[in-house]
Structures are given as structure tokens and as C-alpha cells.
Design a protein around this ligand. Structure first.
Ligand code: AMP
Length: 282
């Protein structure tokens, strides 16, 4: 496992490897690693001769007042987990190298970044698209591994890769959950014991909505209303959004059909959790 702090050294090393025939799988993360991240690393290791993991808490995807400063950075624990998974290369660049004085470029996917999480986090996806563009240029991967947990992020990155002709294949892997269904997230550790218990209701609300769709319900208003009622009756957090959209275009689906994405965001105090589920209908 080789570690790089310097972008240019990582880039030079990877170029050499690529030139000598290596296939590169890339897993970008913000650290505070859990099984969700590790599932991406394992898949990449199976499919590529070289796996690169980046750990970078990207400041530009946090709005003022969000949790950038308190975002968990358990460096020792991350290192231990990485030693077990044994990816080939870890890149953990500094803010100074990623955004040196004079930096003034940003990448914006206009459209898909509206709605869902984009409503309460208007600059978030611009920050994500910009940092992923930079990382793709640094790592030059053949395959990029992302989690379905961040569904809107995955769709936006796919669109950006298509629009900007990045020669990389995107792999979206399933959301890894705790035994009680809560989607794993670096932010779960912020939850109090009560909030943690309540948070399990989010996935239950989504699975119960999926069941109702499978039994024939197709009306979005009813589906979203039922999810809302289910959650409001069980948790003290506040609902930010509940959406039922086309899984590719992220446009609202008045009547459920094809590949639908049921997604939600809920705030428990300062902690914002997201989750989603895909429902396939005819
Ligand atoms: P993050 O460190 O939160 O920026 O996440 C890095 C990558 O891991 C993103 O592609 C996420 O979608 C993915 N990821 C985060 N949580 C999970 C999870 N519970 N299951 C699968 N992938 C995840």
C-alpha cells in the first residue's frame, strides 16, 4: 500500500503504471471509512489490477454552517481498515494542493443538481463535480466506484463523465446497511442513542413504500404522503424532503413507472441523514 500526499507524485506514479498496462479502479472518499466504503474498495480490487482510494474532506462541497470542521477524521482507524483491505494506493491531498491560491474553476452539472439534496445544499454538487473532476484527472482511472447511498451524486457524476468525455466506466454499488437497516454513513456517529434508534425508521418507511408500489400503488402523492405519515409518527427529527423521481433523470414521477427512486433527507438536530431505494415497475 503506497501513500501519496503529493498530487504530482501520485499522478506520475499512476501514469507509469497505466503505461505498463495496469487497469486502475478508483474509490473517492472523505474518510471515516465504514463497510460502505470498504465494499467499493473490495469490488475495485476484484476488477482492476490497481486500486486507488482517495481520502479528502472537500471543503467546497460544504456550505457555510455545515459540518465541514467537525466532519470526522479518524486517521488512525482509517489506516487500520485500509491495511486490512490493502488497496494499492492511498491519496490524501492537502487543501493547499487541491485549491491553491488563485484557484478559480468550477464544474457545474446544471439541472440534475436541482431538487432533492440540491434544494437545501445549492452549491454542494458543484463542489462535488469539481473535486471529482480534479481527482479523475489525477488518478486517470479505468473504473470509478460510487455508492447508491448518494443517489443524486452518482447520477450527477455519471452525467458529468458523459458530458466531459472522461474515459472512465462508472460502477454504482448497492447501499450497505447496518443490521437494523440504517444506511451506513460517516455521519451516523453524530446521532444520540434515541436518534440512532429512530433513524432505523427511515429505511422501514422506504421499504414499506416499496411494498405498497409492488402491490399496485402508483400515485406519487399517496406514496409520499404515506412515507411522511410513517416517519412523522415515529421520529423526532424533521423531514427535509421525500421524493419519488425517475432514477436517471431525477424528474418527479407523478405516476410511478420504470425505474423509480424513492429518496429522503431527514434532520436529527444538526445531523442530516439521507437514504433511498430503487423500485422497478413495468
Ligand atoms: P463519502 O466518504 O461519504 O464521500 O462516500 C464515498 C463513497 O462511498 C461515495 O461513493 C458514497 O456513495 C459511498 N458510500 C457512502 N456510504 C455508503 C454506503 N452505506 N453504502 C455504499 N456506499 C456508500
Amino acid at each position: 500500500m503506497k501513500k501519496f500526499k503529493s498530487i504530482s507524485s501520485a499522478n506520475r506514479y499512476l501514469h507509469k503504471k497505466k503505461y505498463s498496462g495496469a487497469t486502475i479502479g478508483f474509490v473517492p472518499t472523505m474518510g471515516a471509512l465504514h463497510e460502505g466504503h470498504l465494499s467499493l474498495i473490495r469490488k475495485s480490487r476484484r476488477e482492476n489490477s490497481l486500486t486507488v482510494v482517495s481520502i479528502y474532506v472537500n471543503p467546497t462541497q460544504f456550505s457555510p454552517g455545515e459540518d465541514f470542521r467537525r466532519y470526522p477524521r479518524p486517521i488512525k482507524k482509517d489506516n487500520l481498515l485500509l491495511q486490512l483491505e490493502n488497496p494499492d494506493i492511498i491519496i490524501y491531498p492537502s487543501d493547499k494542493e487541491m485549491y491553491p491560491d488563485g484557484f478559480q474553476t468550477s464544474v457545474e452539472v446544471k439541472g440534475l443538481d436541482k431538487g432533492l439534496c440540491g434544494t437545501s445544499r445549492p452549491k454542494h454538487f458543484q463542489g462535488v463535480a469539481t473535486v471529482v473532476t480534479k481527482l479523475l484527472n489525477i488518478v486517470t482511472p479505468d473504473r470509478l466506484y460510487l455508492g447508491q447511498k448518494d443517489a443524486q451524486q452518482a447520477v450527477i457524476i455519471q452525467q458529468m463523465i458523459h458530458d466531459l468525455n472522461f474515459p472512465v466506466q462508472v460502477k454504482i454499488l448497492p447501499t450497505i446497511r447496518e443490521a437494523d437497516g440504517l444506511a451506513m454513513s460517516s455521519r451516523n456517529q453524530y446521532l444520540t442513542q434515541t436518534q440512532r434508534l429512530e433513524a432505523t425508521e427511515l429505511y422501514r418507511a422506504l421499504t414499506s413504500a416499496k411494498k405498497s408500489i409492488m402491490s399496485g400503488e402508483r400515485n406519487r402523492t399517496n406514496i409520499c404522503k404515506n412515507i411522511k405519515k410513517y416517519i412523522e409518527n415515529r421520529i423526532s427529527g424533521s423531514i427535509e424532503y421525500i421524493a419519488c423521481v425517475d432514477a436517471q433523470t431525477l424528474k418527479p414521477l407523478p405516476i410511478i413507472q420504470g425505474k423509480a427512486l424513492l429518496a429522503l433527507a431527514v434532520r436529527f438536530g444538526n445531523t442530516r441523514l439521507i437514504d433511498n431505494i430503487i423500485v422497478l415497475t413495468e
